[in-house]
Ligand binder design. Sequence first.
Ligand code: GDP
Ligand code: MG
Length: 517
Amino acid sequence: LGRRINTAFQDLSRQPTVDAGTVDQLLKTVCSALIEADVNVKLVANLRTQVRSEVSALLNDKANANWSDAQRRQRVQKAVFDHLVQLVDPNHGQQKTDPESGAQVASATSGPSDVFKPRKGKPNVIMFVGLQGSGKTTSCTKLALYYQKRGYKTGLVCADTFRAGAFDQLKQNASKNNIPFYGSYTETDPVAISSAGVASFKANRFEVIIVDTSGRHKQEQELFDEMREIDAAVTPDLTIMVLDANIGQAAEAQSRAFKDAAGYGAIIVTKLDGHAKGGGAISAVAATKTPIMFIGTGEHATDLEPFRAQPFISKLLGMGDITGLMDKVEEMQMNGGQERQREMLKKIEEGGTFSIRDWREQLANIMGMGPLSKIAGMIPGMGQLLGGGGGGDDEAAGSKMKRMMYIIDAMTREELDSDGSLFTAPVRHKPTPREAGAVVQHQEASTSGDGSKKKSKKKKKAPTKVRMTARARRVARGSGTSVREVEEFLMQYRMVARMVKQMGGKNSWMRQMSGAA
Ligand code: GDP
Ligand code: MG
């Protein structure tokens, strides 16, 4: 998906002018890609209509007549992006009141505590609902650990009496993470267990009490009835629906059905570490006007990330999650790494070059960060670079990256700080004898005027091809790779540099969108 949308944006940036036709073309590609990613068909149709009319109004506005094509392109991209962000952020554009100052503040949801903030010193009951296998039990543990780390006295209640082994699973998860739990091997009434569990934790002054429920019954109606009964028994402060990112077009119907039955106030989307891009999540949020609070990005208890709309959408669009990556890098707390990341971003914002040296640093960081497939999708251009949708074969990706490193390490200081242009020269300037012949022929044909017409037509344009310089051959030799590989490396580096520039520059749409410019 990201790749297709990316290509569409790149095509747009190659168009000499941006008009209604090119905008339609872009929207067509983006929309069919979104539908493929399981965003609801009707939503996509609405998005298309809205963006089209918004953009045409902007382009036709006399006040904007002096816009450059670059500005026009930015506007189109921004319109698409903004509309998608609005879809996953139901609070977007709404004024909120800051409970402390009473002032009207930020328009968008910016973190889990915007959705729900447990009160200290009081019992906060959170109930989980969702289909079996969606990741409820796993997410319950993750959330319990999340609040425990933030100083809340937290406990888990297992109210899944339907599935054999459900209590053992929760017990294991909980013990592994030192989270108190409550459950029973003999009691079969989930309502009785959840009431007793919540009561017991309340009596012991627990602050966050999380109730895990079953997700499967012989009949849907039974499941929904049970959810209502547990809800009535424990009166949760928050109900969370867990949604598997792989759910596809069924997301809308499922999230509506659960909303009607359980009235949940937040969503956790799980398994976003896999191939699913989460198009279904957009449909669920849009259908139920309920915010996503967290995303699940793995099977471990720490694989829970606060949901943020902008990175989510830029990843969906294949623009790469630059903020997510920076977070990861900071998390790693590599010696001085943090400082260097900031310096690099600052430099790019100020119009500097994203040099090969910068690229080396990014690569080194990724390589030191464990599972490549998880990180790759966050880097702009990396999905394409590794030849997949951002994930895939870690080993192949790893060896490819190693070879890239060998190439970089065979470069001189001057070359590292460059934008790579000194490795290539236009064929026109330093032609090989044969190519030189061709160029001369071309010049003769166009200047003499009476050269054969056929010839001048054939050679109408000056050759724009580049060839690799002696430097490139030296690097290939020094790194034990081939000139072809060096050439490929440079191509990929340029692609990444272009995207970094586009996303990180002072006037970039990325910055405008994040409200920073
Ligand atoms: P439940 O039936 O809703 O309680 O689902 P479980 O919590 O038992 O999860 C079902 C399966 O999905 C288990 O194998 C989990 O390890 C896995 N799972 C849950 N969340 C995630 C996630 O975010 N990423 C991945 N890769 N697997 C997950
Ligand atoms: Mg379960």
